[in-house]
Design a protein around this ligand. Structure first.
Ligand SMILES: Cc1cc2nc3c(=O)[nH]c(=O)nc-3n(C[C@H](O)[C@H](O)[C@H](O)COP(=O)(O)O)c2cc1C
Length: 181
């Protein structure tokens, strides 16, 4: 698949079938995620792959509540990847302080994208999630209190008949200019 086709194919999937995900496919997603670039090569991430059904259900339930119920689809996805933000190396932290930019958050976005695109290439479906009960997930997965969770990614196969959506994006002239703002 050409890269542009892959990028177009990846979409946030919110309806999953109960088809299980193969271990090897997850490993390839992690392989792609692991080689992502990061500021000062700090690689400030650790992936926790949650696939035990009991633990996965607990994590899924921590992604929605009574008011914000939009992540309920996580109950269906067979796997949830939890990206923990590890302490970046000294150079990355130094650069972040000087430049006042949270490089580690950029790094998390890039590694998560690698993960999702590899999953897409495998014919699987994903959805990145930034909305979850962090405290609860810390408890469920024994994550040290001083580490933040960057993103969650649901992983599985789309429910049969789930449609490829049109990409709703800003016009090109709104997100691009040449040689000057
Ligand atoms: C950092 C981040 C956080 C997101 N959080 C959520 C979320 O909590 N729940 C959800 O359903 N989608 C979430 N999304 C998915 C976006 O809504 C989605 O990427 C966007 O609408 C574009 O649609 P597409 O991914 O299908 O192309 C998140 C995406 C990103 C990058």
């Amino acid at each position: 698949m050409k890269f542009i086709e892959l990028a177009l194919k990846r979409q946030s999937t919110r309806k999953y079938s109960n088809k299980p995900v193969e271990e090897e496919a997850i490993e390839r997603c992690i392989k792609a995620a692991r080689i992502a670039p990061s500021a000062c090569n700090a690689q400030p991430w650790k992936y926790i792959i949650v696939k035990d059904p009991v633990i996965k259900e607990k994590v899924a339930k921590a992604t929605f509540g009574t008011i914000a119920s939009f992540n309920k689809f996580t109950l269906e996805s067979p796997v949830i990847a939890v990206i923990v933000i590890e302490k970046p190396n000294f150079m990355s932290r130094f650069g972040a302080t000087v430049k006042d930019i949270d490089y580690h958050l950029i790094d998390i976005g890039i590694t998560a994208t690698h993960f999702c695109l590899q999953a897409t290439e495998e014919g699987m479906a994903t959805c990145m999630m930034g909305w979850f009960n962090e405290k609860e997930i810390h408890k469920i997965l024994n994550i040290p209190k001083n580490l933040k969770i960057g993103l969650l990614i649901s992983l599985g196969y789309e429910e049969e008949g789930y449609k490829q959506r049109m990409k709703i994006r800003k016009e090109e002239n709104k997100v691009l200019s040449f040689d000057s703002y």
